[in-house]
Structures are given as C-alpha cells and as structure tokens.
Design a protein around this ligand. Structure first.
Ligand code: AVJ
Length: 328
C-alpha cells in the first residue's frame, strides 16, 4: 500500500509532547519527580548561566582553569593534522574555545560540531568562538547519539568528543555506564573523549555550590514549576513550595527537591488532571553525582577506554578525563 499523506511532526510538538507525558509519569510516581533535563528552557538556561558565574558554584570556573592550564598539552597528546571536535550539549562556548584554540595554535585544522537538542542553545556559541580559516563550525540539532552516529559515517577524521561541566553527573551510576558504552560504540578505535567529572569533596563546599547565596539555584529549581504553568497550563504557586538541596554521602550525589509547604492540589490543564501534594511532600528534581579518582578509573576500564590523562586543578575539585577508545 502506498502511503500518500506523511504527517510531519515538528520538533517543537515532539518536545512538548515528551514534556507532557513525562510530567504525567513523574507526578504520578511515588515519590513525585520531574527530570532535570527540563530545567533548560530559555529562563532556565539563563539562570544556569548566572549560577555558573556565581562565587559559590565552583564547577565552571574550576573546569575553565583546568582547560586554560592543560589545553596545549591536551592538543599535543592528540596531535593530528585535522580533527573533528564534537561537543555534547552546547554551552556558551567559552570552554570549547579554549580547547579549539589549543588545536589551532599547534596547526591542527578543526571541524567543530556542537550537538544539542535545542537549536537555541547553539545561538550563544558562535559569537564566542575564534574566527579562523582553519576552523569550520557545523551545529547539529539532534539528541547526542543520533548526532554522533550521523558523523561516524560522513567523516573519517579522528574525533574528540567533549562532554564537559559534569553534565555526566546528572546520570545515575547505571546510566553513566550505559552512556559511556554507547559513546564507545559510536566512535572508532583511537578516537578520544574529554569528560568533565566533579570530584567528591568537603560537604560544606558542595552544599554551598547548590544553595548559592544569591538565590539563583532556588530560582533555577522553581523555574520548573513556572515552566509547567506556562507550557502545560498548571497552577503551581511558587510561594507554596521551597527548594531543598543537600549532599547525600552514601549516594555520592547532590540531591535537589521541591518541597510542598502546604496540603494542596495543583491542576494541570494539558493533562486535565489535578495532583495532590501533602504538606512537606518532596518532589525530586535533580541528582548531581560526584566521583572519586578511583571511580573514574574503574569507569574507563569497564567501558572500553584507555586513560590518557586526568587533568585536575590545584584544589583537586574537578577532573577533565582524556580517554582513548580501545577496540580490538
Ligand atoms: C549543568 C548538570 C552540571 O549538576 O551541577 C547547577 C546543573 N544544578 N546547579 C550541576 C545545576 C544546580 C549542573 N549541571
């Protein structure tokens, strides 16, 4: 049979539908939960941007200092005439720039492929990168693995995949393994990955970073409620909830929750359904896992990578792990 009418579903509709279903699933679970991936609408991305510059949030600054110090050594380790650099999750480009510039400085031609599900996220990047005849930039709007796999076939250059900022920390331990194995599968032998891991450290430092004195993290978390109000017609009242973030040492993760301050019902128009929140009931939003050096070593060997270098800062707060894909 011939199919005559193909229905084109645009990305916006797909995203809205995924958000709607995930909110239904999440608010029907026990305990209630909303995935951290929904933090990043325009307002959320802007808030994260501000968090990353705040005094109390050491991660971004620390990783930046590591890349500043070791960029040249990273480029020298890979040392190709031409390289494809793929970045998962387009940030504002400041960290990408350090890495790209290190390759350009040693005469390596760079093809930069930022991969992000949101086209908007790419907008920030371009303006912050160096203009050079030796640098080509091609944004890929796709989820990470579709983006990676599409490149595997069209280019035979050696690849370096960047997954910076401890974004990997939002996966739980099992998901981290799965992610690294899929990464390994989508690359060829001798390709590289550079992954930013936030290290286990004093709990006071961790708790401060996720409860900044500027109230930015609180606003970042509560923004998810605003997003449900705006996109799903929910009627969350911000002042009836509070943000609660703390380090769980047995899990090795920062955990963030929104706690209901009242016995209350929230109606979500897009679901034609009300959800009851008991007084002091918690809704889980995010876990940000922290790693020890030995855990990072174990991850590499369990998922098929050889460690080339673990770059760290003077305080030993953060590691950028340069690994090479092993295949035989
Ligand atoms: C962007 C996922 C790395 O977990 O530290 C910042 C997000 N959450 N403050 C992190 C975040 C609260 C951030 N990542």
């Amino acid at each position: 049979m011939k199919i005559t009418n193909l229905i084109e579903v645009d990305q916006f509709t797909q995203n809205r539908e995924a958000f709607t279903t995930d909110v239904l699933m999440g608010l029907s679970s026990e305990p209630k939960t909303i995935s951290a991936k929904y933090f990043y609408d325009d307002a959320g991305s802007e808030l994260f941007q501000k968090i990353s510059q705040h005094q109390d949030y050491y991660l971004t600054k620390t990783e930046f200092s590591i890349l500043e110090q070791f960029g040249a050594s990273l480029a020298a380790t890979i040392n190709e005439a031409e390289i494809d650099i793929l970045e998962l999750g387009a940030g504002d480009g400041h960290k990408s720039k350090l890495i790209i510039d290190s390759f350009l400085a040693q005469g390596t031609k760079v093809n930069f492929y930022p991969i992000d599900i949101s086209e908007k996220a790419m907008g920030l990047l371009g303006a912050n990168l160096t203009v050079s005849e030796q640098l080509n930039i091609h944004g890929i709007v796709a989820d990470y693995f579709h983006g990676l796999n599409s490149l595997k076939t069209i280019s035979s250059n050696k690849k370096l995949v960047l997954f910076l900022g401890s974004n990997i920390g939002n996966f739980n331990r099992a998901q981290t393994q799965e992610f690294l194995k899929k990464l390994w599968l989508s690359l060829n032998a001798n390709d590289h990955v550079l992954i930013g891991y936030d290290l286990k450290k004093d709990t006071d430092i961790l708790n401060k970073a996720y409860n900044d004195s500027g109230g930015l993290t609180t606003a970042f978390n509560l923004n998810l409620l605003k997003r449900m109000n705006a996109e799903l017609g929910a009627d969350f009242e911000m002042d009836k909830f509070k943000h609660y973030g703390f380090y769980n040492p047995s899990l090795g993760a920062m955990e963030s929750y929104i706690i209901s301050l009242h016995d209350q019902d929230v109606y979500i128009a897009a679901l034609e359904k009300s959800f009851h929140f008991e007084k002091f009931e918690a809704m889980h939003l995010e876990s940000s896992f922290k790693f020890s050096e030995s855990e990072i070593h174990a991850l590499a060997s369990q998922t098929g990578f050889k460690i080339e270098a673990h770059f760290t800062d003077v305080q030993n707060f953060f590691v950028d792990a340069l690994w090479q894909v092993q295949k035989s």
